[in-house]
Design a protein around this ligand. Structure first.
Ligand code: XIL
Length: 367
């Protein structure tokens, strides 16, 4: 390592001393990422229904593209909402976030075409033959990805197809079609939206040694070997403050995916805390967010980071993991978590480091 020049050191100090205001996406882009974003949902729905008084402040933060340059609908494009009855398509919910992205000039990640959860009940209730379910999946993808054609930077084509041990999840899709459903989903998505990046997306695939990561690598390789287009792997990154992966681990995992696909992304980042919140846990949370940022900046293939919403009261975490919460970057009173400043500091020091080492594996190649 070369000693930093005094100019670079002074720049770094100045950068680090600047107070953090509305700049996650801005700094992410300076650091070489394509985006830093936050998922969002239709007002008055689900988690956010009880908090209408917080919408104006929430909307103002989300609207600032220096903060969030990308968004994903947390719910509206899922099968339950887009095809609630056979051949009955409804894009009202999905359109809310897609239109918001378009009107604000944010990049849109689309989520999710084939997923065992939040599936329309009729899909699970039908007594399928294999050809009939294959038709239903193809029709669904053709209709939904076709409707959003040209608007999605990326599609999560298949979401959460794996069990914890890396074997295939016994979803209705797998039980009826075996792994053929994965192939036909990617084939149909490529036909329906040729310009969208096609992703396999899952949780618990962030650590290099986990069997589920091995499963994700196998799954993607199987698709590629079948001649199908798979452009990206999405690591959801629903992480835990008190037991999180190291930056080195996140880098190693991302690099392993990048041997198979062009891009990787952290698609649903949140870092849950076991309640009650205290300073130690907020510190662990900050370190976890910083490690994800470090990994994404250091891995050439990592295009961006999406928070799974940004305001604690709108998070899914307390609804699904009892006694867990405070997983995002804004507390209920709209003050920021220490992790927010931590992320800003990390971006700034990585930018300064790259400026200091232009000849090393720096940010220049991204331009
Ligand atoms: C969650 C939403 O945030 C909740 O509003 C909903 O009730 C359940 O689903 N993995 C995924 C996301 O891929 O779609 C899930 O989103 C969180 C876990």
């Amino acid at each position: 390592m070369r000693a930093p020049s005094s100019v670079a050191a002074a720049t770094a100090l100045l950068l680090l001393a600047t107070p953090a205001t509305a700049q996650l996406h801005k700094l992410a882009v300076q650091a070489g990422l394509r985006y830093f974003g936050a998922a969002t949902d239709t007002p008055h729905q689900r988690e956010r229904a009880p908090y209408p008084e917080s919408y104006p402040q929430y909307d103002a933060i989300l609207a600032n593209n220096d903060e969030f340059g990308q968004t994903t609908p947390t719910n509206g494009q899922k099968w339950l909402f887009t095809e609630p009855a056979p051949r009955l398509f409804n894009f009202t919910e999905g359109d809310y976030v897609a239109d918001l992205a378009a009107s604000q000039g944010k990049l849109l990640r689309c989520h999710a075409l084939v997923w065992h959860s939040q599936l329309a009940p009729w899909v699970e209730e039908t007594n399928w033959t294999a050809p009939a379910l294959a038709d239903a999946i193809e029709r669904h993808i053709r209709a939904v990805a076709g409707y959003y054609r040209g608007r999605c930077h990326a599609w999560d084509v298949v979401n959460e197809a794996l069990d914890e041990d890396g074997s295939y999840r016994q979803s209705i899709f797998y039980r009826v079609l075996g792994e053929e459903y994965l192939r036909l989903a990617f084939r149909a998505a490529a036909a329906a939206d040729p310009d969208a990046k096609l992703y396999y997306n899952d949780y618990g695939i962030e650590r290099p040694t986990s069997p589920k990561t091995a499963g994700a690598l196998r799954l993607v390789k199987m698709l590629k070997d079948a001649g199908l287009r798979v452009d990206g792997v999405g690591m959801q990154a629903h992480l835990h403050a008190d037991n999180h992966p190291s930056a080195e681990d996140l880098i190693a995992t991302s690099e392993a995916y990048a041997e198979l696909v062009d891009e990787v992304a952290f698609t649903e980042l949140d870092v849950r805390i076991k309640l009650p919140v205290d300073e130690q846990k907020l510190q662990w949370q900050k370190e976890c967010y910083q490690k994800v940022v470090t990994a994404c900046v250091k891995v050439k293939a990592c295009v961006g980071i999406t928070l799974w919403d940004f305001y604690d009261p709108f998070s899914w975490v307390p609804h699904v993991f009892p006694n867990n919460g405070a997983s995002l970057l804004w507390f209920e009173d709209f003050s920021k978590h220490p992790a927010y400043d931590g992320i800003i500091e990390t971006f700034k020091s990585l930018i300064a480091e790259a400026e200091e080492q232009p000849k090393r594996r720096s940010l220049g190649w991204r331009a």
